[in-house]
Each structure stands twice: as structure tokens, then as C-alpha cells.
Design a binder for this molecule. Structure first.
Ligand code: ADP
Ligand code: MG
Length: 250
């Protein structure tokens, strides 16, 4: 675990965030600031609003109330160019969502060309660099179906990195994987953390949270119940709700 001194403005900031679906108040006032290079793991029971929070951070969901800032830009400002801001935010989901009819390389080059307007050669170069980072250079010409779930998820991470994001959001990236494949994906995420990537990670992997996160946030019922270092939140939780949640996991 690395200790980080607070810098100027946070890289990700959420202020009094509320999100309702009809009468269902899913987020009930979330305040969270994540510094540059900080890794924050978000834990909590199913239905507590973790995915909704992550999706509000890149405006895949529109907040009902409150503000979201990434890199100092307010995403919730109605005048903001949301596509431009979203390009600075990488997101990795439980389901990898690779294009099945495209090779691994094409999965990495297509969004670079379509969204960033990069030329063929540059996109291919960036794709190759990022496949190497996730240890899958030899799969460049393979199709997704021929890869293991863990390899597909590493391709999905490489695809996201190829867009040059400033922050990375992960929503239970290892939950759909067979247990023996989880480690390789977590190793890639650990590498990104060590390289100084700002990361927000929803996960049930408590060992990863304990070893890699600078902070752990425990959510329940649409609010943040606890926010502290891994040892504060995981080892010595101060709330019964956190203790109860952890006792069922460990
Ligand atoms: P978590 O990721 O912690 O399991 P979610 O953020 O996925 O929780 O969901 C929290 C609540 O929000 C759940 O009650 C879920 O049914 C509801 N919800 C999430 N997305 C939608 C949606 N698009 N439409 C309606 N309800 C939703
Ligand atoms: Mg979820």
C-alpha cells in the first residue's frame, strides 16, 4: 500500500450525489473525493448502489441531484461536452463486452479510430503496447471466443487503456471469472495502481482491497457508511453494518 499526500484538487469528486429510479432512492447523498493516483475500493452489499455510483461518475446514469467532477471538469454542468469528458474515463465491467466478430487487435483499434480519430498505424501501435502491458501480445490475432474469461477481461482493460484514460473505473471486474483466472486480472490492476493510475474499483476481493487500495469505502442503502484506510475499514470497522457485511464475506 502506498501513502499519498493530498494534492490540489481531487481527480474524481462527487458532491451530494442523489440518484432515484422512480420512487427508488438508490443514492442518497454521496460525497467522495479521490486524489490523483489514488486507488479507492468500493465495497458493500448487493443493491447498495455501487454500480449506480460508478455509472454516475461517467454519466452513464444521469444524477437526480448533485455534482460530479473529473479532472476538474464538472460533468453535471449542462453545457459540458460529455463525450469529450467521457473519453478521459475508462470503464471496465463484469461482462467484458468484446466484439466477438473482431480480432483482439481490432477490438483495441476500432474505438481509437472511431472515437479518437486515430490513423490505422497509430491505433495499431497503441493496441500492441497495451496488449503487451496486460501480457497478451501473443493473442493479437485471436478472436475473443478462443480466450479464457480472464484473458478476455485483460483485453477489455487493454482496450480501455488504449483510449488513454486519466482515470479508470472498474465494476466487479473479476466477479464473472472462474476463481483460478481472477489472479491474472488483479495483477494487471495492481500494475496500473503501481503506475499511478487513479482508480475506483467496486470489488469483493478483500485481499486486493487490503493490499492495493489507498482507501476503502463501504456503502449500504445508498450512502457511504465508512471511508478510510483498508486497515480502518476492513480490519477495524467502526460500524456494525460494515462488520456484518465483512463477516459474511470472509
Ligand atoms: P449494486 O451495484 O451495489 O449491487 P446497483 O447500483 O446495481 O447496486 O443497484 C441499486 C439499486 O438500483 C437496485 O435496487 C437496482 O434495482 C436499482 N437500479 C439500478 N439500475 C437501475 C435502472 N437502470 N433502472 C431501475 N432501477 C435500477
Ligand atoms: Mg453492481
Amino acid at each position: 500500500m502506498s501513502e499519498k499526500l493530498p494534492t490540489g484538487r481531487p481527480e474524481i469528486e462527487v458532491r451530494d450525489l442523489h440518484k432515484s429510479f422512480g420512487d427508488n432512492k438508490v443514492l442518497r447523498g454521496i460525497d467522495l473525493a479521490i486524489g490523483q493516483g489514488e486507488v479507492v475500493c468500493v465495497i458493500g452489499p448487493s443493491g447498495s448502489g455501487k454500480s449506480t455510483l460508478l455509472r454516475c461518475v461517467n454519466l452513464l446514469e444521469e444524477p437526480t441531484k448533485g455534482q460530479v467532477f473529473v479532472g476538474g471538469t464538472e460533468l453535471t454542468d449542462p453545457d459540458v461536452d460529455i463525450d469529450a469528458v467521457r473519453r478521459r474515463i475508462g470503464m471496465v465491467f463484469q461482462q467484458f463486452n468484446l466484439f466477438p466478430h473482431l480480432t483482439v487487435t481490432a477490438n483495441l483499434t476500432l474505438p481509437q479510430r472511431r472515437v479518437l480519430g486515430r490513423g490505422k498505424a497509430e491505433a495499431a501501435k497503441v493496441a500492441a503496447e497495451n496488449l503487451e502491458r496486460v501480457g497478451l501480445s501473443e493473442k493479437a490475432d485471436a478472436y475473443p471466443a478462443s480466450l479464457s474469461g480472464g484473458q478476455q477481461q485483460r483485453v477489455a482493460i487493454a482496450r480501455s487503456l488504449s483510449m488513454g484514460p486519466e482515470v479508470m473505473l472498474f465494476d466487479e471486474p473479476t466477479s464473472a471469472l472462474d476463481p483460478e483466472l481472477v489472479g491474472d486480472v488483479l495483477a494487471v490492476m495492481r500494475m496500473l495502481a503501481n503506475e499511478g493510475m487513479t482508480m475506483m474499483v467496486v470489488t469483493h476481493e478483500m485481499t486486493f482491497a487490503r493490499e492495493v487500495a489507498d482507501r476503502v469505502v463501504f456503502m449500504d442503502g445508498g450512502v457511504i457508511v465508512e471511508d478510510g484506510t483498508p486497515s480502518q475499514v476492513i480490519t477495524n470497522p467502526s460500524h456494525d453494518r460494515t462488520r456484518h457485511f465483512l463477516s459474511r464475506l470472509l
